[in-house]
Design a protein. Structure first.
Length: 107
């Protein structure tokens, strides 16, 4: 994604509308990834239609999905390993909860 689109995206995530919208999606997920069903302390809300591809930044909640860091990484092509390998990788990198930064950005 080029710089202008990236700036637009960061504005979306800083907005109060996004916080409300993503909060609804997280509550719907009830602490489990909506793709793999694994309980996750941290859920990342993913746009089914990427903003960078012209998707609505604030779509209906049906167009948003709460994902664990592993499934979110898979969707964005940042992660290609199995969950088991990925866990081992993350555990080696940092002892605590994985920060999205280490898998390359938060969306
Ligand atoms: Zn998942």
């Amino acid at each position: 994604m080029h710089t202008r689109a990236r700036r637009k995206v960061s504005k979306v995530y800083a907005s109060s509308l996004w916080r409300r919208l993503s909060g609804r999606v997280r509550r719907r997920a009830r602490g489990a990834c909506e793709q793999c069903g694994e309980p996750a302390r941290r859920l990342e809300v993913h746009h089914v239609d990427a903003i960078g591809d012209g998707g609505d930044p604030f779509p209906h909640v049906r167009q948003l999905i709460a994902l664990c860091a592993h499934c979110h990484g898979l969707r964005h092509g940042r992660v290609s390993t199995s969950r088991r390998e990925w866990r081992r990788h993350v555990a080696d990198a940092i002892p605590a909860e994985p920060e999205p930064a280490i898998i390359g950005g938060f969306y």
